[in-house]
Design a protein around this ligand. Sequence first.
Ligand code: PHE
Length: 362
Amino acid sequence: MDAMTTDISALERDLLARIDAASDEAALEGVRVEALGKQGAISNLMRTLGQMSAEQRQEMGPKLNGLKDRVGEAVVVKKAGLAEAALEAKLKAEAVDVTLPAAPARTGSIHPISRVMEEMALIFGEMGFRLEEGPDIETDFNNFTALNFPPQHPARDMHDTFFFAPDAKGERKLLRTHTSPVQVRTMLSQKPPIRMICQGRTYRSDSDATHTPMFHQTEGLVIDETTSMADLKGVLMAFVKAYFEVDDVEVRFRPHFFPFTEPSAEMDVRCDRSGGQLKIGQGKDWLEILGCGMVHPNVIRNCGLDPERYQGYAFGMGVDRLAMLKYGMTDLRPFFEGDVRWLRHYGFSPYLLPGLAAGLDG
Ligand code: PHE
């Protein structure tokens, strides 16, 4: 009898200890089944009551019932504790700490086109050119007629123009095919001497590795009483040296045709393509980089100025092409795809502004 009582106390201590140690609900359930399940230690003990004498039963009955109750109670308490702890852990894991500082912002970068336009504005700014602006949607007059493109002239088709539907008056607006309409706007609104550049988007229906339907130009115009092709050449050579950051550069002017300049030329710079790398300034090859010429007297007249008194020069260049040349990109299309990986690779730090003294590379 005493031995059995000792066994019961030992069993109780053991069970309570294991219940206490159960680290999750599954472990607790295991202990419960071992003790109180059909074949559990306590259930087996309860079954022995039947074979006991009345006397024994009277003594052992309450002991075993007490054991069963205390163990059962301990399981219930432990179960509630585990559930609470689990909930606590879940809440902790899901908590948002609103006092945490915001995630560090990714530094954005300056798109090569913006960068190159800034560089160009800076170089021409140093030479006294003012920045003018004009809209992307232009009139046929500003984009073509004033610039001496005769009506129905094939040069209008050469530009692969995007036209809008004609308005009630039959006037057809268009997406400017070049920045030259800003020349017209400036001559119509300002008195000479004029010394301006303009930069911006231009549009032509064209698309391949080196042409996109939207591209960018930088344009320059000088109107005064005495200007010459020599002035034009000097300005453009100074530009090329500053832009490509080379001390000496050979250029050549090839006769060309633009309706709005006479004479007209395309300017090439010396370059070297050997070894698959392009070097500007020296070498055996030539690279065309811009169009230019003396402003056609008709354009000056169309813009309300007297061509007997005023003349001038103009030049226009593709910003995208010059960006590709300077920064070694081979395909124009990713410029406008907005792929952040490309932007991270080719973009410029917003903190490094181009400057002529410090060097354009910031
Ligand atoms: N507007 C011309 C073009 O887009 C470029 C140019 C500008 C040529 C000014 C001469 C003078 O092709």
